[in-house]
Design a protein. Structure first.
Length: 256
């Protein structure tokens, strides 16, 4: 995208390589503090009202909230780091940084619109996963370390869960989802439109091809029989008009 290329020429030197790794390290450190009771996750969540009252760290600390407290955290960290590495390799460091930055800015905006809401990094993480699934739809994860599942199906599942969450009464959840999807749409909207447009054109072409295949090639001007309705008949042409073998036989008998 041209606007990203222009931004990269001007601000590319500010991009941070392996940003995902630093985020994971930060989340591991924060998890240790939470585990030993030094802090609580709520003090990290983004809330614009509290930010305006001096708790500036919330503008950044919400990105360091660990993905839960269970045993699967290490797996979640590994997945986030792995897919981020793939995106950074595909896009380049600046574009990956920009993707996360726009997600953060969109979440900041959502918190200003909803000043008493509390926001986390959960849906920004989902947007990173959706970006990976869009670029590598056939990549396979081992579900429960046994069952291979293509990432595109997991992405659809994630979208379904987001739709369910969006139907819940929490406005912070709704705005968080909108911010994450806006980030994703900004990067992939044009691509998805092109894919949809191409698919629609292909469907229309297939329908036209099927309709053309069903059209009769020969039509008897006398009885209206066609090579589709009566494939056993032969057709001949006289003065540009088709006539089937049955009508020809009838004319021959009538002349006799």
């Amino acid at each position: 995208m041209k606007w990203i290329d222009k931004l990269e020429k001007r601000f590319g030197h500010l991009a941070i390589q392996n940003l995902a790794l630093y985020l994971v390290i930060g989340q591991v450190f924060i998890f240790a503090l939470i585990y030993f009771g030094r802090i609580t996750p709520s003090i990290l969540e983004l809330n614009s009202t509290l930010v305006l009252h001096g708790q500036i760290w919330r503008l950044f600390s919400f990105m360091l909230i660990p993905p839960g407290t269970g045993i699967l955290m290490a797996f979640a960290w590994y997945i986030f780091w792995m897919i981020s590495q793939a995106l950074e390799a595909q896009w380049g460091t600046f574009k990956y940084n920009l993707f996360l930055l726009i997600g953060v800015l969109a979440t900041w905006l959502a918190s200003l619109v909803l000043p008493y809401g509390y926001f986390t990094n959960y849906y920004i993480g989902i947007s990173v996963f959706l970006a990976f699934a869009t670029l590598y739809p056939n990549f396979e994860f081992l579900l429960f370390f046994i069952l291979p599942v293509k990432v595109k199906y997991l992405a659809w599942l994630s979208l379904g869960l987001m739709a369910v969450a969006f139907m819940q009464p929490s406005m912070a959840t709704r705005f968080g989802i909108i911010a994450a999807l806006a980030n994703y749409a900004l990067f992939f909207g044009k691509y998805l439109y092109q894919v949809f447009h191409y698919r629609q054109r292909r469907i229309e072409h297939e329908k036209k091809a099927e309709a053309y295949a069903e059209e009769a090639f020969h039509t008897c001007e006398t009885c209206g029989a066609t090579d589709k309705s009566n494939p056993e008949r032969e057709f001949r042409y006289r003065e540009g008009q088709g006539i089937c073998s049955v009508c020809i036989d009838k004319e021959s008998k009538a002349e006799a």
